[in-house]
Design a binder for this molecule. Structure first.
Ligand code: HEC
Ligand code: HEC
Length: 486
């Protein structure tokens, strides 16, 4: 924390005049009679204003150049590409696994939208269990403290449970979920039934899990606006951090500290625990862990096989020396990253509606905006000109918060303990049903709609959650109408 704040004490990309402009436009909303200027264009100049349908999350940023559009299309093809096992006749597509959860990025990030828990006939493809434990030895403690490693994988199963494997190899096992009904009574007597999930790893093919290994269920988050999130100046995120709650508002907010590809200490922003600093690092990790494909950044072609899985390590890999040292040599990762960074955020709908504006007022009034920080102006130094100096409205502080026992998974990740989660951005959340055909929310999809998602908030968010549950039906509906308009 200290080291990051001294690295980025303030914005180093703005002159005095710019700084005053930025402060003025990012000040909290003061009136709720009409929308704020540019609020509708929640993803800045790149916002998609196309017709809203199932493809609403799959549009490229509206301010990309023609050449970048082409790059985006190539990236899209690779994002959808189905990888196959080695040996195969289609040499350029092999290398899958040996262990994997899915054969393509798109299998989990379907329509670039949100994953879901297995429901009815659907399988668990777009959701998996991360396996990890905290440090046990002195050396592990040192590795954690110096941010060399965020936690420690299961000695046999590795960092996640892969429920698929190439022919000739056993899959690791399956995630099983049971739900317990949990009725909650709101202030006006309305009863809402929440479902509390219980997770286990079943059909384990390589013996039991280590006794210290914890299970962290994760669904795939939506893919929109990620380049813009990356372009937020670190000083603007650190400004909201208050890990010791010095201002006494009950909300701390811890920045995730991680190492980037060069080994430098930077802010984590991506993933449900903000464990990754860049879209590229997250994508290289996904290639290796989710699909079992090596890239120049994560050159391990056996993916998540561990030393204890000798039969896994004995499987052939898909590297072709004439193309490079990994199964997906350059420019695959580069193009997939570019695609992932440039999916447009859709424009707001009905931002001027009376009920929506009332909901927005309540969102500020009951303290949702304390974590779901509305707006930023991105850095002038962002790598891609399309992401520079954009007024954006992600509704997140990108910090870690204690969300209480209800949401705790007990799995530490870097500075995040087993109760802490990153505030997720809320832009596009009202289109979840349109794009993904479901409205399962939160890190594991346990909430079946927005109301349930709010009622699961605990810990630092307990007062805001209680504020919501005390509203009358008309105001609750207004708050939901506001979220639906994002
Ligand atoms: C098996 C399902 C699955 C596959 C396949 C998959 N992802 Fe993901 N993706 C996830 C999950 C789950 C998360 C959340 C991870 C976490 O919090 O640990 C995620 C997170 C991400 C994020 C961060 C988003 C954010 O808002 O923080 C990016 C970027 C991403 N994936 C890109 C990719 C790319 C690129 C590929 C293909 C190389 C891919 N993913 C393949 C499930 C998947
Ligand atoms: C203390 C910080 C904090 C406050 C205050 C807070 N939230 Fe959240 N919110 C979070 C975090 C962290 C998550 C992710 C929790 C998880 O997935 O387990 C979240 C998740 C959500 C989600 C689901 C997002 C998704 O992508 O699945 C919605 C919707 C939401 N919050 C709305 C609200 C509303 C409305 C309020 C005010 C009543 C509120 N939040 C107050 C931190 C907060």
């Amino acid at each position: 924390m200290l080291s990051l704040k001294s690295k980025w004490p303030g914005r180093d990309d703005l002159n005095g005049k710019d700084r005053r402009r930025v402060e003025a436009v990012t000040a909290p909303a003061s009136g709720f009679e009409k929308p704020e200027a540019f609020e509708v264009m929640q993803g800045g100049a790149g916002t998609s204003t196309k017709i809203v349908n199932r493809d609403a999350f799959s549009q490229s940023g509206a301010n990309l150049t023609f050449a970048e559009e082409e790059q985006f299309k190539l990236g899209n093809a690779l994002f959808r590409k189905l990888w196959v096992s080695t040996p195969a006749s289609t040499k350029a597509s092999d290398g899958l696994g040996p262990l994997f959860n899915a054969r393509a990025c798109q299998s989990c990030h379907l329509k670039d939208g949100r994953g879901h828990p297995p429901e009815g006939d659907s399988d668990a493809t777009s959701m998996f269990l991360r396996l990890a434990r905290g440090p046990v030895t002195e050396e592990e403690r040192r590795e954690l403290e110096t941010f060399v490693r965020p936690n420690f994988p299961d000695p046999v199963y590795g960092g996640q449970l892969q429920d698929l494997a190439v022919p000739g190899l056993k899959a690791e096992g399956h995630m099983a979920i049971t739900y317990e009904n949990e009725p909650v009574t709101l202030g006006d007597g309305t009863v809402v039934n929440l479902r509390r999930p219980v997770y286990s790893a079943e059909d384990l093919a390589y013996g039991p899990l280590d006794e210290h290994t914890t299970l962290s269920p994760r669904i795939a988050p939506p893919m929109i606006g990620l380049g813009l999130v990356q372009a937020i100046h670190p000083a603007d995120i650190l400004k909201n951090a208050d890990p010791a709650d010095k201002d006494g508002d009950g909300i701390s907010g811890k920045p995730a500290i991680v190492r980037d590809a060069n080994g430098d200490l930077v802010l984590g922003r991506f993933g449900w625990k903000a464990q990754n600093p860049t879209v590229r690092q997250q994508s290289a990790g996904a290639f290796a862990g989710d699909i079992g494909i090596s890239t120049p950044d994560v050159p391990n072609s056996h993916g998540d096989c561990t030393a204890a899985q000798a039969d896994c390590l004995a499987m052939p890999v898909g590297v072709q020396k004439n193309l490079g040292d990994s199964e997906a040599p350059d420019p695959v990762l580069e193009l997939v990253t570019f695609y992932s960074e440039n999916l447009a955020v859709p424009a707001r709908r009905d931002a001027a509606g009376k009920e929506v504006l009332r909901g927005k007022e309540l969102f500020y009034g009951i303290g949702c905006a304390s974590c779901h920080a509305p707006k930023y102006v991105t850095s002038r130094k962002a790598e891609n000109p399309a992401h520079r100096f954009q007024l954006i409205w992600p509704y997140s502080d990108f910090l870690l918060h204690d969300m209480g026992d209800g949401l705790a998974d007990g799995q530490p990740v870097g500075v995040a303990d087993g109760r802490e989660w990153r505030t997720p951005p809320l832009w596009g959340i009202g289109l979840t049903g349109t794009v993904s055909g479901h409205t399962f929310l939160l890190h594991d999809g346990r909430a079946r709609n927005l109301t349930e998602a709010i009622l699961w908030h605990g810990g630092e968010a307990q007062p805001a959650r209680d504020g919501f549950s005390q509203l009358d039906k008309k105001d609750r509906d207004a708050l939901i109408a506001f979220l639906e308009s994002l």
